[in-house]
Design a protein around this ligand. Structure first.
Ligand SMILES: [Zn+2]
Length: 192
């Protein structure tokens, strides 16, 4: 799957919007990315999972581990494509932990799968969950990498789409300076 094909899937499902947006952080941006919208279509989720699995197959993972909630759907699809279990870690008292009877052992080779990688913080935290359970972390994968290539791990990292969007303080926003109305994503229908 090429970068353009991935971008096209995102645009067609409304998961990638162009315009002038006020993000949850309060910053303004000329684009908005919402992976959950593309993943809400099971056939697209399956295609993305297969494409991601193909890129990271060489690490020979025996299990996928994802951070909840964002990583669950794509982790499941990557697990399906690789023919391995797909587990997720979730927050309890602020820390990521394995619950629900999910088990990892020292024989497990873990692939950490996320929807969007920005700072790499939650991928790193998910790796720590696997290591704490005695398993070996062999790779990481995300649909989108927004880090601009700044995030590195000591295992291979694969993404389908390298995509970093600029963000601006409202008072320094060039789109505001042009007088373009700012939109809160999801507040109304926006055409890409
Ligand atoms: Zn603005």
């Amino acid at each position: 799957m090429t970068r353009d094909e991935v971008l096209d899937l995102f645009r067609r499902s409304g998961a990638l919007l162009d315009g002038h947006f006020r993000l949850t952080s309060g910053l303004h941006s000329p684009g908005y990315l919402q992976c959950a919208l593309v993943l809400s279509q099971p056939d697209l989720a399956e295609r993305l999972g297969r494409a991601l699995a193909d890129r990271i197959r060489a690490v020979r993972a025996t299990v996928v581990l994802s951070p909840a909630i964002g990583g669950i759907v794509i982790g499941h699809e990557v697990g399906r494509a690789l023919g391995v279990r797909a587990l997720f870690a979730e927050r309890q008292d602020g820390r990521l932990v394995l619950r629900r009877g999910f088990m990892l052992s020292e024989r497990d080779r873990v692939l950490v799968v996320e929807d969007v990688l920005t700072t790499g913080g939650s991928t790193r935290e998910t790796m720590d969950v696997a290591k704490a359970a005695g398993a070996q972390v062999t790779g990481a994968a995300s649909i989108v990498n927004r880090s601009g290539g700044t995030v590195k791990f000591d295992v291979p990292l694969e993404s389908l789409l390298d995509y970093s969007l600029p963000t601006y303080e409202p008072e320094k926003c060039p789109l505001c300076a042009q007088g373009l109305p700012v939109v809160k994503p999801g507040s109304r229908q926006v055409t890409a």
